[in-house]
Ligand binder design. Structure first.
Ligand code: SF4
Ligand code: MG
Length: 328
């Protein structure tokens, strides 16, 4: 049993000019092999920090990040190299992450060379051709430069490059957010097929609940650096428990992915530099009481393999009613 588990307990301090931001605090999540864990939340909630922590671009100031039971937080660059081969990342903006002066074949070949995964030049070329076919590009496209491709094709190139090191785990940070809805669906289908064919595990980060619903087995909802709810995807979308999850879902009429615009969540997201006391959602929560204003709620295990961090749910003050029906 392989499990990219991240029993986290991170107090990540990000230094900003004269300010300290606790970007992620006490996040605890576990991802099983072959699964997709979806991470949702409004921008600035710490989703990308979680992504960067997992692949080692940030080190946690406390807690651990475990891969098959081994803590990989705080490994040296050299110790991290073989781990990095197994954990790769896909970003939102494929153009920014592809070197515009390199031909696609060199972009895709770079990890193969860096990790010493092919014996000679011919083997590198064969592997690059194979990877381009895997993401449904023409191997001849390897001669071209990134600017000669559409946004969706460029994301295919980044996926090919991410796959070049034969990773087992892909951290995907808003991989389809910059794309048109129809292209989004193509990339999501490709990612699903690759997961099935290669046995990949995904952490899929998005502010788009419809996308997360469609691709994830399990979903975690973040608010201001904390995980407020975690549940199997269907449970989270049919019977959300945390008031913030409900608010998010209420504002999304688009779980069927028709491309309709979502209405923004009511109220401002507070400044993460100076989060509210107690439950940081309390200024926006219709169920907030005095306890909520002073005491930070801890994640409680709920029936159905879920967790929720909310005093109101714990005390039965938040009514249990399904909010919406999941699309077929
Ligand atoms: Fe609302 Fe209190 Fe629950 Fe926070 S802890 S979400 S304020 S009921
Ligand atoms: Mg982000």
């Amino acid at each position: 049993y392989f499990d990219v588990s991240a029993p986290w307990l991170n107090r990540v301090l990000e230094r900003q000019p004269r300010q300290i931001l606790k970007a992620v605090d006490g996040i605890d999540l576990e991802i099983a092999r072959g699964e997709t864990f979806g991470l949702v939340g409004e921008s600035g909630c710490g989703k990308s920090t979680v992504a960067r922590l997992i692949v080692g671009l940030h080190g946690p100031t406390a807690g651990s990040i475990e891969l098959e039971g081994r803590n990989i937080a705080g490994l040296s660059r050299k110790q991290m190299a073989p781990v990095r081969r197994r954990l790769q990342m896909i970003f939102q903006d494929p153009y920014a992450s592809l070197n515009p002066r390199w031909r696609v074949r060199d972009i895709v070949a770079e990890p193969i060379r860096a990790f010493g995964l092919a014996s000679d030049k011919a083997a590198v070329e064969r592997r690059v051709g194979e990877l381009l076919e895997q993401v449904r590009l023409n191997p001849r496209d390897g001669e071209k430069f990134p600017h000669e491709f559409s946004g969706g094709q460029r994301q295919r190139i980044s996926i090919a490059r991410a796959l070049a090191s034969n990773p087992e785990f892909l951290v995907c940070d808003e991989p389809t957010s910059a794309l048109d809805v129809s292209v989004q669906a193509q990339i999501l289908n490709l990612m699903r097929d690759l997961q099935r064919d290669l046995g990949l595990t995904y952490l899929f980060i998005s502010h788009n609940l419809a996308v997360v619903y469609h691709i994830s087995n399990r979903v975690g909802v973040m608010y201001l650096g904390k995980m407020v709810e975690q549940a199997p995807s269907r449970t989270l979308f049919t019977t959300p428990r945390h008031p913030y999850t409900r608010l998010l879902l209420d504002t999304i009429p688009d779980l069927d992915m028709t491309g309709r615009e979502r209405t923004p969540v009511g109220g401002e997201v507070p400044n993460p530099i100076n989060p509210p006391t107690g439950c940081s959602f309390h200024p926006r929560c219709p169920f907030a009481n005095e306890r909520c204003r002073v005491e930070s709620p801890r994640a409680l295990a709920m029936p159905g393999n879920a967790t929720v961090a909310c005093h109101g749910v714990e005390e039965g003050r938040v009514p249990e009613e399904p909010v919406l029906a999941a699309p077929a």
